[in-house]
Structures are given as C-alpha cells and as structure tokens.
Design a protein around this ligand. Structure first.
Ligand code: AGP
Length: 606
C-alpha cells in the first residue's frame, strides 16, 4: 500500500504536494519522493529513504505549477532511495500504488529493447513502457502501456513535454480527483486534498483521467469520455483519515476485502495448480528436505501460527510445532538444519520473536519471516522473507494483518503440499479458486454486520466469555478471545472445545456467553456435542456457522452465518466475525478501541 498525489495549478506545488503526502502517511512511510516541472520546464526529481519530513528537508525553494508525489510502503524492492517513486524514463515520471503482476516478463522484454533499469521495483516498467509508447499524445501512451499490464494500479504520470497536463489511471487501487478553482488534484485518498477542496470525483476501475489546471476529463481505456458525478465531502480532516469510520480498527476490518486480495495478488497460479512465491527463495528440492517446521510468534501472530500448524500437517503432511517467542527463547529447543523455522510478526520488530530467530539461526536452521513491514528487523535477521502486504495497520488490535498472515500460510501450505506431492493439481486449483472468492465473502459478512452488532449489545454486561472451536477453528477461538479482552477488557478464554470437560466447564453458567466456531467440516458433529454440553449448563451460545446450516439453529441462541467455502478456508471468514464482535462490544462499552490500555502496537522490549 502506498499513497500517490498530484497537483496542477497556481499554488505552491511543492508545499501542497508535501502537505498532501503527509495526509497519506497512514498508507506507508518508508520512503518518499516527488517530481515537479519547474518554471523553466525542467523536471526536478527528489527522492529519499525516509519520511515526508526528510523529503521536505532536501527540496530547495522551487517555483512550479505541476507535480506528482509518493509515499511508499515497499512491496517490490527494499525501501531505498533508488526504489522510492517517482520512477522515470526519458521525459516520463510515474508514481504508482499497486502491484504489477507481470512486471518480470515486461522488464525482460524492455531490457532486451535497450531500456535500463535502476530500481528493483515493479513500477519502473510502467515508466519505460509509457516512454516506449509516447509519440506525442501522453494519454494515448499511458493507455497503450496499461494495455500490456496485469495487476493493480493507481498512477500519476508527468511529462516535461506536457507541462500543462497530468495523467492518472486506476485499476483495483484507490484513486480520487480533487476539483479546485483553477487547480486540480489527484490522490489515493480524500484526506490528501481535503485541506484544499471538498469537491471530489471517485475514479472507477479502468478509467483514465486527463487533469489540467482548468479541466478534468475522464475516459475509459478505449478513449471514450465517461461522465462522473461530483461529490461534496462533509467530513473534517480527522474523520477523513479514518475514511469516515469512527475508529481505525473498524476501517481496517473493512479493508480486509482489499488486503486479502493484495496478499494473493500475483501469487496464485491456478493453471498450474500451484503458488508462486518468487521471494521465498526455496526450490522444490529444498522444501522436500525439511523434516519439520517450527513456528514462532506472539499474540495474534501466534494464533495465525497455530492455524499454520494445522495446515502444514493436514495439507502438506509435515510435522509442525508452534511456540510463543517468549517461551521459545528460554526453552531447550531440539533443532537441526532439517527444521524450517517460520517466524511470524506483523511489525517485524517484536523482541521475543526476533530473539527466537537468532536462537534458531544459531542451530543452523533456515528461518523464514512472514511480516507486514518491508525492511523491518526480522527481514534483515531471517534467511527468507514473505511479505503479507496488508498495508499499515494503525489500530493496536491486529485485524487485517492477521487475515493476511493466514492467507500467506494457506499459500505456503499449498506450495509445500505440491512440492512434497501431497496434493494433486486439481485439489490445489480448487483451493486457489475458493481463495479468490474470499474477499467477496468477507464483503458479505461486513454487509450483514448488523446481527453481530446486536449480539454484542445483548451480551455487553457479561463479565466472562468463552470462545470454543475444534481443529482449524481452535486458533480462531483463541483469536476471538484475545480480540475481545484486548479492546473491551472483558475476560475471555479461547478453548479447544473438547477440553471444556477437563476443567473449564465448571465456569459455565447462564451468565457466560459461549461463542462456538462451528462451520461444517470433519469436526462439526463434535462441536455440536460441545455446544450441547454448555447449553445444558444454561450458557447462551452464539454459533458462527455456514449460512445453509439449519441444524445448528436448534441448539444455538444466536447464529451468525458465514458464506459457504471449502472447510479448510473457513477460518478466514469466522475471524472477521470475531473481530466485529469484539469491536462492537468495545464500542458499547465506550472503550479506547484503537489504543487499548497498557498495550502498544509494536512490543520491542522483552
Ligand atoms: C493483537 O491484537 C496484538 N496487537 C498483539 O497480540 C500482536 O499480535 C503481538 O504483539 C505480536 O506482534 P507482531 O505480530 O508485530 O510480532
């Protein structure tokens, strides 16, 4: 996730672009850059590894009437000055948010034609492609170039041959146009322009925009004009940064339709029935040689890791253990180079997880980091890294970073299963095509959030909650309990449902709501029995179940339906439900949702 901006008009271009970029820092802030055309008609480019304030410090006072800017959250290539945007080729400069899936093949082709690449980014191919097709009509050059591209993009394009025009385009990445008086703006999101205008055009997929000082014209990719409706934004700036949501947590829960998609982008190869993890750096032979996997993580990332254990064992037939970073570092692990150690950390900075990576390295193990933050410490310390691409997460409670971790684990387990001949191509294809549908299923859960909100309010007085699940649903039970206690301060326990009778059943009474994660699957009958055990003790049961499950309604007080998918993928959907349940409970209790007491987003101390 990155932020792009563009400005054309009589204002102070540099100041306006810097101010707009600051408003998009929530989208990423590991490097930044700007290209402007000065009053002599020269393109001036400034880039920096660092934040917007550092970018500001390297730009001298320049008078300019047009420019584009970028704040980056690295996906392809580390956060360095070379990889910062804009990327340029000849007269063309481009800022981009999104992922060009076929960038490698385009890059090879462009190199063979003599184009020279100076960055590791996917975006640089766009600059060269537009340059290649530029015969004097910038808009045509951009649409021709985009015709060769697969993937997602919101772009801003500047050329010093056309100092009176900016071109923007969108596919699957957000883009808006701000309409001013004798000035116009492009941006990834409304907060970037709200200080200057509240008149907005929302750009849809496959639209291309010519932005001039006194006009904005929108076209489809064939060059036909498109009529757009102007929207007046009534929010203030603070509300706009949360895109109108009252909390970052709710915004991030809603962003999961997008973030889950981003995590999968370019990685699903349905035709071959396999997963493409270019960055993994492990070939099939190496994957086959691992005897065991050890997963290490903390908190929510640990819960993701626990699901990983079930997946690696079920799908890929490889023995997997999971441990918390804080315990692992003081245990006496039995490790050797035949163990792959997977460390999961959203921030990539959690001290306990990092210590475990060092410990594993000292045993000669390969270490694979799964992280959301490009260039974080875990990336430097682990031998291999996969990025989750969930985009920056501001709320302390992990939500979209969790589901993106799950997606990476699904993809890894499928990839390992294929490499180890434990899964045939047909089954892999089926799972990958079901995975593609998950963002749509998540949308439906979000649309129906009313039932979850009502449920939260029914049990808001409860002092204790139980979350129960079996097998792959057990990690979701743990995560549901963690989310609830973390933001609502209600005591909650996540339990493997079959364990209730070994102790906790003594705590079950009419005052204790029990959330049962109960989609159809091979343990469905078992969880039904566990539900009966708790209803017999007068507990109220909230069941998260398949939308076509009529049976469960006989036993549960409330049923929260989730769309049908393959059994193995249901945790991706039930996770969203438990996040919303925690959110609405904390909302009723008027808790500090984005910054819960005593907690921090990144725990860099032991
Ligand atoms: C949960 O909502 C938390 N934010 C917390 O448990 C978190 O997952 C844990 O501190 C680990 O953080 P990491 O993923 O950044 O390593």
């Amino acid at each position: 996730m990155c932020g792009i901006v563009g400005y054309i008009g009589d204002g102070d271009t540099v100041t306006i672009l810097l101010e707009s970029l600051r408003r998009l820092e929530y989208r990423g802030y590991d490097s930044a850059g700007m290209a402007i055309i000065d009053d002599e008609g020269n393109a001036r480019i400034f880039k920096i590894e660092g934040e917007i304030s550092e970018l500001e410090s390297i730009i001298p006072g320049i008078s300019s009437r047009v420019g584009i800017g970028h704040t980056r959250w690295a996906t392809h290539g580390r956060p360095t000055t070379e990889n910062a945007h804009p990327h340029c080729s000849g007269n063309i400069c481009v800022v981009h948010n999104g992922i060009i899936e076929n960038y490698q093949e385009l890059k090879d082709e462009l190199i063979s034609e003599g184009f020279v690449f100076i960055s590791d980014t996917d975006t640089e191919v766009l600059a060269h492609l537009i340059n290649k097709y530029d015969t004097g009509d910038l808009r045509l050059a951009v649409s021709t170039a985009l015709g060769h591209v697969r993937g997602s993009y919101a772009i801003g394009v500047l050329s010093n041959e056309h100092p009176d025009e900016l071109i923007a385009a969108r596919k699957d990445s957000p883009l808006i146009i701000g309409l001013g008086k004798d000035e116009n703006f492009i941006a990834s999101d409304i907060p970037a322009v709200l200080k200057y205008t509240n008149r907005i055009l929302y750009i849809d997929n496959l639209e291309l925009i010519s932005v001039k000082q006194d006009s904005v014209r929108v076209f489809d990719m064939e060059g036909n004009p498109v009529e757009k409706k102007e929207h007046i934004i009534e929010w203030d700036l603070e509300a706009a940064e949360k895109a109108g949501y009252p909390h970052f947590m709710l915004k991030e829960i809603h962003e999961q339709t997008r973030s889950i998609h981003e995590t999968m982008t370019g990685r699903l190869h349905e035709l071959e029935g396999d997963v493409n993890f270019e960055e993994l750096g492990l070939n099939r032979n190496e994957i086959r040689q691992f005897q065991r996997i050890e997963i290490i993580a903390c908190g929510t990332s640990y819960n993701a890791g626990l699901l990983g254990k079930y997946l690696f064992e079920w799908l890929a037939g490889i023995h997997t253990d999971v441990d918390t970073g804080s315990e692992f570092r003081y245990s006496s692990p039995v490790l050797d180079p035949s163990t792959l150690v997977i460390a999961i950390s959203q921030s990539g900075e959690t001290a306990d997880t990092l210590a475990a990576v060092h410990e594993a390295t000292s045993y000669g193990c390969r270490t694979l980091a799964i992280t959301n933050v490009v260039g974080s410490t875990i990336f430097r310390d682990a031998s291999h890294t996969i990025y989750t691409r969930a985009g920056p997460e501001i709320g302390v409670a992990a939500t979209k970073s969790f589901t993106s971790q799950l997606v990476v684990l699904y993809l890894l387990a499928i990839h390992f299963a294929r490499a180890r001949s434990r899964m045939d191509a047909d089954r892999a294809r089926m799972l990958l095509s079901e995975l593609r549908k998950i963002p749509g299923h998540v949308s439906r859960i979000l649309e129906d959030a009313g039932t979850i909100q009502e449920c939260a309010s029914m049990f808001v007085k409860a002092e204790n909650y139980f979350f129960i699940g079996r097998n792959i649903n057990y990690p979701v039970a743990l995560e549901g309990a963690l989310k609830l206690k973390e933001i609502s301060y209600i005591h909650a326990e996540g339990y493997a449902a079959g364990e209730l009778k070994h102790g906790p059943l003594a705590l079950i009474s009419k005052d204790v709501p029990v959330v049962a994660i109960a989609p159809h699957g091979h343990t469905y009958d078992k969880i039904l029995s566990n539900i009966k055990e708790v209803t017999a003790r007068d507990a109220s049961v909230i069941a998260i179940a398949d939308c076509d499950d009529c049976e469960i309604r006989k036993f549960a007080d409330i049923v929260i339906p989730i769309p049908k998918t393959d059994e193995v993928l249901t945790p991706l959907l039930s996770s969203v439900v438990v996040q919303l349940l925690a959110y609405y409970t904390a909302l009723e209790l008027d808790c500090s949702i984005d910054k819960p007491r005593n907690l921090a987003k990144s725990v860099t101390v032991e």
